[in-house]
Design a protein around this ligand. Structure first.
Ligand code: PBG
Length: 322
């Protein structure tokens, strides 16, 4: 034999030297769930280890996250029922929960990169990402509100806004609004490739944001499609997106690689709530080893081409890596 593949695998040192991809704390972004109240830390059934937290506790949590080496957080809020309406009016309240959360985090750890979710669903009485009329989700009137929402997040101190709604033209609408306000350095991480997935269940439970009727298939993507992911991505980049996100993660590694090969901006991947729940459940039963499966999955994102990984495991990984 002239060629032996096992030569390069014979010791940990050699394997480390020839390893093609590494997972680093620098890649990780942690999603955080925020709620009203004081001293509130509520567990989320299908997401063991994740909590909804009030702002006072969030402050402490953010210091802790920063000390672990995590440099970015993605914020989601649980909006009080009496503040929900069809137009997501509360989303643009400068004193709203999201806006206060951003100010709180930025005043506690100014270096932390704060990204905010931009979509109407947690604010919508229908649990949809857009304004509803006759059971339709309106596109153009929704993106006007999304732009105002993004602007108010930016005014509160967000570094990036992350539209996750999948309306057409929202990146252009947000970019234009930010530019007109002189906010040239506020970035847009667009959920350009977001599939209509059943893996968002635990998240919707966490925010009480499930659609009140129907599903999200008229705006989120059909998971049978691959070419459409490239179309979505290139349009968002043309409209001014700085980072493109692919979501969910593990089931969509082919899409991640496809996007990586087709565009030249940083790609983020979102390992979503259902993926987190599946690993937690299987590990709890003793059917798989939690930490090694977690690392295997996260490294697969790197191999597939992700620059950033949004994951509920971020703290666990940071501890393991240090
Ligand atoms: C809101 C939004 C959702 C997620 C992120 N932003 C839910 C949805 O689109 O229904 C899901 C994240 C997760 O499951 O972890 N538009």
């Amino acid at each position: 034999m002239l060629k032996r593949n096992r030569r390069l695998r014979q010791s940990p040192s050699i394997r480390a030297l020839v390893s093609e991809n590494q997972l680093s704390i620098n890649d990780l972004m942690l999603p955080l769930f925020v709620c009203e109240g004081t001293q509130v830390k509520e567990s989320i059934d299908a997401m063991p280890g994740c909590f909804r937290m009030s702002l006072d506790l969030l402050k402490e949590e953010v210091k802790n996250i920063w000390s672990l080496g995590i440099k970015a957080v993605l914020i989601f809020v649980k909006v009080l029922d009496n503040l929900k309406d069809n137009r997501g009016t509360e989303a643009i309240n400068p004193e709203g929960l999201m806006q206060r959360a951003v100010m709180e985090i930025k005043s506690t750890v100014p270096e932390m990169v704060v990204m905010t979710d931009v979509a109407l669903d947690p604010y919508s009485s229908f649990g949809h990402d857009g304004i509803v009329e006759n059971n339709n989700i309106l596109n153009d009137s929704t993106i006007e509100i999304l732009a105002k929402m993004a602007l108010s997040h930016a005014h509160a101190g967000a570094d990036f806004v992350a539209p996750s709604d999948m309306m057409d033209g929202r990146v252009l609408s947000i970019r234009t609004t930010l530019e007109e306000a002189g906010l040239h350095n506020i970035g847009i991480m667009s959920y350009g490739v977001k599939y209509a997935s059943s893996l968002y269940g635990p998240f919707r439970e966490a925010l009480d944001s499930s659609p009140g009727f129907g599903d999200k298939q008229t705006y989120q993507m059909d998971f049978a499609n691959r070419l459409e992911a490239i179309t979505e991505t290139t349009r968002d980049i043309d409209e001014g997106a700085d980072i493109i996100m692919v979501k969910p993660g593990i089931v969509y590694l082919d899409i991640l690689r496809e996007i990586r090969d087709n565009v030249k901006v940083p790609i983020a991947v979102y390992q979503v709530s259902g993926e987190y729940a599946m690993l937690k459940a299987a590990a709890e039963k003793g059917w798989v080893d939690h930490d090694t499966v977690m690392i295997e999955q996260l490294l697969a994102f790197k191999r597939a081409g992700a620059s950033l990984i949004t994951t509920y495991h971020a703290k666990e990984v940071a501890k393991l890596l240090s």
